[in-house]
Design a protein around this ligand. Structure first.
Ligand code: NDP
Length: 479
């Protein structure tokens, strides 16, 4: 199936007529083509967004809200179709796409459809000066949204929904590795009555299509989720043009387990936080740090549970771990397993490719646990972004704090303990944008979402996203 760009409400081929193969990770087959859009396509998308902006920015909040909620309803009504497409494109179990990815994409539209009707701005009475100041929060204009392949529609819509809710028009690019659900979204937007040009989706490679978006002088803000190196490149290109930037980047998140935790709950959740979506979630707890007194028990129980996970074709209900997203990503993850072995890590389970019957060319890998000796080793410091976790014991709270923070990333942390004072102490000292205590991935869309250090700049979620996608203007009236 061939994918087309969605510009000004129309589906069209790329002007250059250049295409990229689209692979099915479950069997390695090419099953369609995606445009490799050039600067000209991005320009066309930009012009369409620019032309739509005036009218869209003046559309009432009720009308915008109604359209966003309609998109959400249509996504829900098309759950099976979208989940099948996501699973085929990405390799994730269809059960996961049905339970998480597509419902969350629908929630993103519903949430921001409602949030925009509640978004208030401040006023400040300048007492004694006979003046009042109030803040206008106005849409920016044309904004760029660029998203990765791991949670394709989920993250794509997490940007688009607040951008259009706030009155902007968008030029968006999904990852070229997983373009399918973004393509299908165009149809839904038309059906929901989103005016032409408000959302424009251009497909293609990061280095061509993505690059054209970030360097376009008329695109005034970039919301990007992806790797840290790409984020640094975008910041460099965008800075001289003074674009607003939101960068959600990589992670290497600690999962800190104290002996006083609710053990069974921790064990069950740790299997998920390690391997959900084949470990390809920026929030996965890929560094497991366990208090020494329960280390041996945890190790035994964890390995036993992980060995029970079923690697298989994404369409099967029995599958826990589907295929990795691409051949090159599989090779990257396998290379990290070799690095782990070479630096003295012990493979407690997994470590090998899996050949799934009838799908021998698919990109399958066993969930892998590496027991490491030092916090500094590469597999414990660099983002692998696959079904690979490291484990290591710790002695004291101070030791684990130091280990947890001694990494260039700072996205999320999970802390397992029933000690309230320790929770309070550690939450303030952990260097991360999110601290989960006795849970993982419990999301409330109103909360600020993002990382510190090499995990990014800026926050998404709730009113933070609406603030990002608007410019604050102070109006001062003397009376
Ligand atoms: P990449 O950084 O490779 O790509 C992300 C997006 O940027 C893709 O659409 C990509 O296009 C595009 N891109 C690449 N180069 C450029 C460029 N020069 N200009 C503009 N756009 C460009 O990341 P991945 O897709 O590999 O995603 C995995 C990464 O995403 C991991 O590091 C992960 O941690 C991070 N991530 C962060 C999250 C967070 O919230 N902090 C959430 C989820 C993932 P193309 O695919 O065509 O190359």
């Amino acid at each position: 199936m061939n994918i087309q760009n969605y510009i000004n409400g129309q589906f069209e081929n790329p002007i250059s007529k250049e295409w990229i193969d689209n692979y099915n990770p479950a069997n390695g087959d090419v099953y369609g083509q995606t445009p490799n859009s050039s600067k000209k396509d991005v320009e066309k998308a930009y012009q369409s967004a620019k032309a739509a902006f005036k009218q869209w920015s003046l559309t009432t909040l009720e009308e915008r809200s109604k359209i966003l909620i309609k998109i959400s309803e249509l996504l829900e009504a098309n759950l099976d179709r979208f989940a099948e497409a996501e699973s085929k494109d990405n390799g994730k179990p269809i059960s996961l796409a049905k339970a998480i990815d597509i419902p969350r994409a629908a929630s993103n539209f519903r949430f921001f459809g409602n949030a925009i009707t509640q978004f208030a701005s401040e006023s400040h009475e300048s007492v004694g000066k006979n003046a009042i100041n109030y803040t206008l929060r106005q849409p920016i204009g044309v904004v760029g949204c660029i998203s990765p392949w791991n949670l394709p529609l989920y993250l794509f819509t997490w940007k688009i929904a607040p951008a259009i809710a706030a009155g902007n028009c968008v030029v968006a690019k999904p990852s070229e590795v997983t373009p399918m659900t973004a393509y299908l979204l165009g149809e839904i937007c038309n059906e929901a009555g989103l005016p032409e040009g408000v959302l424009n989706i251009v497909h293609g490679l990061g280095t061509t299509t993505g690059q054209s978006i970030i360097q376009h002088p008329g695109i005034k803000a970039i919301s990007f989720t992806g790797g840290t190196a790409t984020g640094a490149h975008i910041a460099k290109v965008a800075a001289p043009m003074f674009k607003k930037l939101s960068l959600e980047l990589g992670g290497k998140n600690p999962n800190i387990i104290f002996a006083d935790c609710d053990y069974d709950d921790m064990l069950k959740t740790t299997v998920l936080s390690s391997f959900a979506n084949q470990g390809q979630i920026c929030l996965c707890g890929s560094r497991i740090l366990v208090e020494a007194s329960i280390y041996e028990k945890f190790k035994e129980d964890f390995v036993e549970k992980v060995k029970q996970l079923k690697v298989g074709h994404p369409s099967k209900d029995t599958t826990n771990i589907g295929a990795l997203v691409s051949k090159s990503h599989l090779e990257k993850v396998l290379n990290y397993i070799d690095i782990g072995k070479n630096e003295g890590g012990k493979i407690l389970c997994g470590g090998n490719k899996v050949i799934v019957k009838n799908y021998e060319n698919g990109y399958y890998l066993e969930p892998t646990i590496i027991e490491i000796k030092t916090n500094e080793c590469r597999v414990n410091q660099e983002e692998i972004f696959g079904p690979v976790v490291t484990i290591m014991p710790f002695e004291t709270e101070n030791d684990v704090l130091e280990m947890a923070n001694k990494v260039k990333y700072g996205l999320s942390t999970t802390l397992w303990t029933n000690d309230l004072k320790r929770t309070m102490r550690m939450s303030t000292q952990l260097q991360a944008g999110i601290v989960w205590v006795n849970t993982w991935m419990l999301r409330d869309l109103r909360t600020p979402f993002g990382g510190i250090k090499a995990s990014g700049v800026g926050r998404e979620g709730g009113f933070e996203a609406l603030r990002f996608f608007t410019e604050a203007k102070n109006v001062c009236i003397k009376y």
